[in-house]
Ligand binder design. Structure first.
Ligand SMILES: Nc1ncnc2c1ncn2[C@@H]1O[C@H](COP(=O)(O)OP(=O)(O)OP(=O)(O)O)[C@@H](O)[C@H]1O
Length: 260
């Protein structure tokens, strides 16, 4: 039986007088790709921020493989296998593309800081293995040519892909991607879709916030639709495409969902 990887249970969030999220619940099965969609301001990023404890929920909780994430510090969440990217690419300045990807692995490095400082043999072997893996990932996503370039000098699309690559370096069990296709051209978007399918094919659960409906309809096993902080639909692309609540949420943009 498929396990539940990620669960939102009655999550709500108030920002002063604004109810950004209202009693939101959904489950994401392990090894699936779930898209979280909805108009601007629907509460999509807020869900990611609550799941990862970027800020606390007003009520409700999120669970990772059945265990609560409430109160779990960011580093511990990552070590438990939940890794996220942000809406705006957050590459580390002053580092090359390769160093950015390597930074994603730090939480899984086994040798101690002291061993690394003393450049002991075990630490050196581990470092070399990580470098090989980082280079392999850069190759996989077509960024090898940028290996030694300053990450902040990369085109925006490449920075977005670099952030996804860094997240993969952390060997996530669940990956949260906030608008990974924003800033990508058509070719890069096709490559992103292929990458996400491959990652899911390796058993990683993916939840993606995305405005590119063609991409969502193409890759998602499940689509959760939010409107004004509430889940208005949760199903496959076929199920949500003709759903009147979804069309209503996208008034003025309904052709975006219907024609994707
Ligand atoms: N830190 C914050 N302080 C105050 N209000 C916030 C904060 N973060 C989000 N909000 C409000 O919560 C609501 C949901 O915002 P959120 O960013 O989650 O929407 P979204 O669906 O991700 O939108 P978009 O697609 O435009 O990124 C909006 O009304 C927003 O203004």
């Amino acid at each position: 039986m498929t396990r539940t990887a990620l669960e939102a249970i009655n999550l709500s969030k108030h920002f002063g007088g604004v109810l950004a999220l209202n009693d939101t619940s959904f489950t994401v099965p392990e090894g699936s790709l779930c898209a979280l969609i909805g108009p601007n301001g629907a509460g999509k990023s807020t869900i990611f921020n609550l799941i990862t404890n970027f800020y606390p929920a007003s009520s409700g909780e999120a669970r990772l493989f059945g265990e609560t994430l409430t109160g779990c510090p960011a580093a511990r969440i990552a070590a438990r296998g939940l890794v996220r990217t942000f809406q705006t690419a957050r590459v580390f300045p002053g580092m090359t593309a390769l160093q950015n990807v390597l930074a994603g692995a730090r939480m899984h490095q086994h040798s101690s800081g002291l061993a690394q400082m003393l450049w002991l043999r075990g630490a050196r072997r581990e470092e070399q293995a990580l470098s090989r893996r980082a280079e392999g990932l850069l190759d996989l996503v077509g960024l090898s040519a940028f290996r030694d370039a300053a990450a902040t000098d990369l085109p925006m699309g490449a920075q977005k892909m670099l952030e996804v690559t860094r997240a993969l370096m952390a060997r996530p069990r669940v990956l949260l991607l906030d608008e990974p296709a924003a800033g990508l051209n058509d070719t890069e978007t096709v490559e992103l879709a292929a990458l996400l399918r491959a990652v899911r094919g390796n058993g990683v659960t993916i939840m993606v916030v995305e405005h590119n409906m063609a991409l969502v309809m193409n890759i998602a096993d499940q689509i959760v639709v939010l409107d004004a902080g509430c889940v208005v639909a949760d199903g496959t692309s076929v199920e949500i495409r003709g759903n009147p609540r979804v069309i209503e949420a996208y008034v003025g943009r309904d052709e975006e969902v219907a024609s994707a």
